[in-house]
Design a protein. Structure first.
Length: 106
């Protein structure tokens, strides 16, 4: 099956739901700060669901801790990939070189 995309797919179906008006208003305010409408945000949620084939976030009573642990695991994996990519001393980049590369004064 072809990868579905919210941006390319024709929008011919509707979806209606009931929601507390105060929650809706607060969510719209938050999404607006990101430049999104409520519809845009729901479409982003649906696209991420399609992209990963499941819920696009962890749903547990301790989601904050679970997300933190997941982020740490990903970070540690990326650090290890960086370490594993070094084949010789010339592969290393000094902190000063890196800062210069990104235009940061040390």
């Amino acid at each position: 099956m072809n990868q579905l995309s919210i941006t390319d797919a024709p929008k011919t179906s509707t979806f209606q739901m009931r929601i507390n008006p105060e929650i809706k208003s607060e969510a719209e305010r938050i999404f607006s700060q990101c430049g999104l409408t409520l519809t845009d945000a729901v479409n982003v949620f649906l696209q991420q669901t399609l992209n990963i084939g499941g819920m696009p976030f962890i749903v547990t009573s301790d989601s904050k801790e679970a997300l933190r642990n997941q982020a740490i695991a990903i970070l540690m994996s990326e650090i290890q990939k960086g370490r594993d990519s070094v084949k010789s001393e010339s592969d290393w980049v000094s902190e000063e070189e890196m800062l210069r590369h990104f235009g940061v004064d040390a």
